[in-house]
Design a binder for this molecule. Structure first.
Ligand SMILES: [Fe+2]
Ligand SMILES: [Fe+2]
Length: 302
């Protein structure tokens, strides 16, 4: 990408009035999520969430939904954590936080599809990381959740251009990042990077956001970027993409990301890929339920 395109993106992103500022409780929640579960102090989570009534209310509404099958609706965040477990409540909270930061108007991309893809990718990333061992499952989860945040930035900053890119991608059944390059000359990786810089996200998250379609180009955090790349591909193959069919052959093992992970994880070749993808189907059902509870709608698979 030329420096002038980078400057245009940065300038447009900086100028947008509706550009989301980072939700106040988001970074502290992220930090909590990065702690081992036994070190997270429940009172800290409750106190943090109490600063934002909208998110607290939204979280309780989701926790009370039939999706979680609780006999009694929780009346407080603490009650929700006790009934559902901390990790589930954190997932709900972070998703609510991000969805509030980007209120859905008439986006080029159906928000239900977007969040389903992001949450699906987050869950696959965590399971993949756990399977490899020695990694940080929660960090992988967060990376999956945030990897495509640039698509939301482009929905706001370049609505017409992104609509054209999706139209082309639908028509040609090509990956959205290729269609963006054709119609716009840059992708959501670049707009995402501008937001990551604006939000002062940590370098590993920035690398994921900026390079998840070409992990070999990342500067640092390559294994994490590679893991997100492969998880993203898996979601797109398993009906959790961007709402249209992508006609392409995906070969995980031949992908450069696989070689990056191989260097880091010796047991990678021992993973039964067919079994792994079937295991992911469980996560996928959970994601469908969670996203339709938070965002409503019944967007079709793909
Ligand atoms: Fe992407
Ligand atoms: Fe993606």
């Amino acid at each position: 990408m030329t420096t002038s395109i980078a400057a245009t993106i940065r300038e447009r992103v900086a100028r947008i009035e509706t550009m989301p500022s980072i939700p106040a409780i988001f970074i502290p929640l992220l930090e909590l999520l990065n702690l081992p579960v036994e070190r997270v102090k429940l009172d800290e989570v409750v106190k943090l969430v109490s600063y934002d009534n909208t998110i607290a209310a939204q979280c309780l509404r989701v926790a009370s939904s039939p999706l979680f099958g609780l006999a009694k609706s929780p009346e407080s965040i603490k009650g929700a954590v006790i009934s559902l477990g901390l990790r589930k409540v954190e997932t709900i909270l972070l998703t609510c936080c991000l969805s509030n930061a980007f209120p859905a108007k008439s986006w080029a991309l159906d928000p239900t599809l977007f969040w389903r893809h992001s949450l699906g990718c987050a869950m696959v990333c965590r399971k993949f990381s756990d399977k490899l061992g020695g990694g940080d499952g929660d960090k992988a989860y967060m990376a999956g959740l945030l990897h495509d945040i640039g698509l939301l930035v482009s929905c706001i900053a370049f609505p017409k251009e992104l609509t054209a890119a999706f139209a082309l991608a639908n028509q040609e059944q090509t990956p959205i990042e290729e269609a963006e390059r054709t119609t716009m000359g840059f992708t959501h990786c670049e707009t995402g990077r501008a937001l990551a810089e604006k939000w002062h996200l940590a370098n590993d998250m920035l690398q994921v956001i900026a390079h998840h379609h070409a992990p070999e180009q990342s500067e640092g955090a390559q294994p994490l970027v590679a893991l997100v790349h492969l998880s993203d591909l898996l979601c797109r193959m398993r009906g959790m993409g961007y709402g249209y069919y992508e006609r392409r052959r995906v070969d995980w093992v031949a992908d450069p990301a696989w070689a990056i992970l191989q260097k880091e994880h010796r047991n990678l070749d021992g993973i039964d890929l067919v079994r792994f993808t079937f295991e992911m189907d469980e996560a996928i059902e959970e994601v469908f339920g969670l996203v339709s509870t938070i965002f409503g709608g019944t967007a079709a698979r793909n």
